[in-house]
Ligand binder design. Structure first.
Ligand SMILES: NC(=O)c1ccc[n+]([C@@H]2O[C@H](COP(=O)([O-])OP(=O)(O)OC[C@H]3O[C@@H](n4cnc5c(N)ncnc54)[C@H](OP(=O)(O)O)[C@@H]3O)[C@@H](O)[C@H]2O)c1
Length: 299
């Protein structure tokens, strides 16, 4: 029994954005323009509204221009398509993000396909998915949450992850699969587990690195974790918290933090782990996109 190192995603993200603010000043001095991130929100989902606000605030903090297009839930698909096309054609906009999920009447896949791949700072366009799959890290834009997860693993384990057993629980296109690609690039031996995996606790017990991206509160128990393993908890689940008062809620991850932190070598908390990294990596992607569009090296 030990006490795991708590990986402070908030501090690591703040360090990244502080450094990015300095690099942005150099970019502005070279080009005369700040990188510009355009975020589109359709509808009034309160969680999405908070995410979009935070993205705008962080963009401004690092010295970017921030455009936020907030549209009503009944916005016709055609109107959204026109906005994306305008953003694609606007040389002053370097990164475009459409906050997901979109209302049911809008075809999400169609909208993602429409974003110019070089401005697709979420890394969800099929061209960027393909580049990541093919190992083309020079041209790809990498999804933010997976990239942030790997940085957090390295913050605990050092830069060399070669030969480590990584088990990823979850195979979504936005988290599980891209994390797997990134850890493969780091020469990990990668297992992707999902809802049909047999003997999941045993599979997880083989892992030096566990990445949990399931969306089920505290599903991964302490006795699934190998002693000393590094645990990256991507899950964000809102659950009732009667201990905080009537009707109160709290956020928990996919890992039972209390149990796992007794066994793991290092673990991310929820909140304060992967979450803040997602926004920091979105800023990195916007900067990368802006540098590429200006033919500058990404220093
Ligand atoms: N920190 C961040 O910024 C951030 C960003 C994105 C997502 N998240 C959070 O990460 C979590 C995962 O998100 P997602 O979009 O990847 O979710 P998702 O699309 O719902 O995928 C969940 C995955 O978990 C697997 N799964 C479900 N139940 C399982 C079980 N009992 N045993 C094993 N695997 C199981 C599913 O398997 P099948 O494929 O077989 O159905 C699926 O592959 C959510 O809590 C989400 O809120 C956080």
């Amino acid at each position: 029994m030990n006490d795991a190192q708590i990986i402070d995603g908030k501090a690591i993200a703040a360090d990244l954005t502080d450094k990015l603010a300095v690099r942005t000043k150099v970019f502005v001095a070279k080009t005369g323009n700040a990188p510009c991130l355009a975020v589109v929100l359709v509808g009034d989902d309160p969680a999405s509204a908070v995410y979009v606000r935070n993205k705008g605030k962080t963009a401004e903090k690092v010295g970017f221009k921030s455009i936020q297009k907030i549209l009503p839930a009944d916005t016709p698909e055609d109107k959204l398509i026109k906005i994306i096309n305008d953003f694609n054609n606007d040389d002053g906009i370097n990164g475009i993000l459409v906050q997901l999920p979109l209302p049911d009447h809008i075809d999400e896949g169609k909208i993602i396909d429409l974003i110019a791949p070089e401005k697709d700072v979420d890394g969800f366009h099929p061209i960027n998915v393909g580049r990541l799959g093919a190992g083309d890290f020079v041209n790809a834009l990498i999804p933010c949450t997976p990239a942030g997860s790997v940085i957090l693993a390295k913050s605990a384990l050092g830069d060399n992850l070669s030969g480590m057993n990584a088990v990823i629980i979850g195979r979504s296109n936005i988290v599980g699969k891209p994390v797997a690609q990134l850890l493969l690039k780091e020469n990990c031996t990668v297992t992707i587990a999902h809802s049909r995996t047999k003997d999941l606790p045993d599979v997880v017990r083989s892992a030096d690195i566990v990445v949990a991206a399931v969306g089920r509160p505290e599903m991964i128990k302490g006795d699934w974790i190998k002693s000393g393993a590094t645990v990256i908890d991507v899950g964000i689940n809102r659950v009732d918290a009667p201990e905080k008062g009537d009707g109160k809620t709290k956020l928990v991850g996919d890992v039972n933090f209390g149990e796992a932190s007794q066994v793991a070598g290092a673990i991310t908390p929820v909140p304060g782990g992967v979450g803040p990294m997602t926004i920091a990596l979105l800023m990195e992607n916007t900067f990368t996109a802006a540098c590429r569009q200006h033919g500058l090296s990404i220093a």
